[in-house]
Design a protein around this ligand. Structure first.
Ligand SMILES: [Zn+2]
Length: 80
């Protein structure tokens, strides 16, 4: 059995299968790349899918968060 851990995002690979750290669930290298690796653009990252995405997922999540936050603010203001 061979295990590898990315020094950048902490993701681990067991026999070349990526697992999400902490959950032991089978991972998704592309998702990992777009969420973390391609955001840092760190050459030390060992994700084989690093550089194949534009980090869009990360930005989309941030936008989702902003939208939720402004909805919350609007809700709170309405119920003041
Ligand atoms: Zn990584």
């Amino acid at each position: 059995m061979n295990t590898k851990t990315c020094p950048r995002c902490g993701a681990c690979w067991i026999n070349d299968q990526h697992y999400w750290t902490g959950t032991n669930k089978k991972g998704d290298e592309t998702k990992l790349a777009s969420l973390i690796c391609d955001h840092f653009k760190d050459p030390n990252c060992i994700n084989p899918k690093r550089g194949t995405t534009d980090g869009e997922e990360f930005r989309r999540r941030q936008e989702d968060f902003e939208r939720i936050k402004s909805d919350m603010d609007a809700f709170i203001n309405k119920h003041k």
